[in-house]
Write a protein that binds this ligand. Structure first.
Ligand code: HPA
Length: 247
């Protein structure tokens, strides 16, 4: 059984590991995954390793279906976000426990009627509690201050939000905002994969400062990338398919 890491902005490989690209054909189109040499680990760069696919054009269904088809059961994902909640400053890391979906026109289900059937999958718990518990338990050993219980707002992009939109998301309980977390997480849930996500903030969301300023410090990104990948690899090593949430 394989495990997978899905990465987005700022993380395009696993330093120190040799990756072999593979194209997987799914009923929803092609997905490109990378097998980590000598390990039962898959790496998937959702924007592509050259970051040439924008959030609204990522083929989320092909990516998640491809992982399922090759036997992946546990997935750890990371996304860059803007901070709405002042408890998560830029460069802060947070663990997702719930989401608000403001995307539109994305192919967001495997249960589209016809041959694929009609099914209403419960999203009461979308992010795997077993993976979340282990990520939180291991974070201090990597000196990572991981904020627990974080609500992710997914916008369609590629434009950024207006200050009024961010005020609305804040009132609705959103802590961070990004463009790629949904439908990736919900599709994983539809297929019964154990999926968890750690996000890292790269800016204050619109309206918190006069204009949006992205963190541009490459040393900080190098540290975040190393921290997240180390935490993910250890979490995947110290959990098992059998002991996971079991959906
Ligand atoms: N909004 C939406 N997506 C983002 C942001 C943001 O401010 N920062 C990083 N991804």
């Amino acid at each position: 059984m394989s495990v997978a890491i899905i990465a987005g902005t700022a993380i395009y490989d696993i330093p120190g590991k040799a990756l072999r690209k593979e194209r997987i054909e799914t009923p929803y189109g092609s997905a490109f995954i990378y097998r980590v040499a000598g390990e039962d680990l898959i790496f998937l760069a959702r924007h592509g390793i050259k970051h040439d696919t924008p959030p609204h054009k990522v083929n989320y269904r092909a990516n998640i279906k491809a992982l399922e088809m090759i036997g992946v059961k546990r997935v750890l994902a990371t996304n860059a976000v803007g901070s709405i909640n002042t408890e998560i400053p830029p460069l802060g890391l947070a663990l997702l426990t719930d989401f608000l979906d403001f995307t539109s026109n994305r192919k967001s289900t495997f249960f589209d009627g016809g041959d694929s059937g009609v099914k209403h999958v419960d999203m009461s718990i979308t992010y795997c509690p077993t993976l979340n518990q282990q990520l939180l338990a291991l974070a201090p050993s990597f000196d990572i201050d991981l904020r627990p219980e974080t609500v992710y707002v997914c916008t369609n992009g590629p434009r950024l939000e207006s200050p009024a939109e961010i005020r609305m998301y804040a009132q609705l309980g959103g802590d961070v905002v990004g463009m790629t977390g949904i439908p990736e997480a919900t599709l994983a849930r539809e297929l019964g994969l154990c999926y968890a996500a750690v996000v890292f903030s790269v800016n204050w969301a619109a309206g918190i400062e006069e204009t949006i300023r992205f963190v541009a410090d490459s040393d900080s990104f190098d540290k975040i990338r190393a921290d997240i990948l180390a935490l993910f690899i250890e979490t995947l090593k110290t959990t098992s398919d059998e002991d996971c949430c079991g959906w």
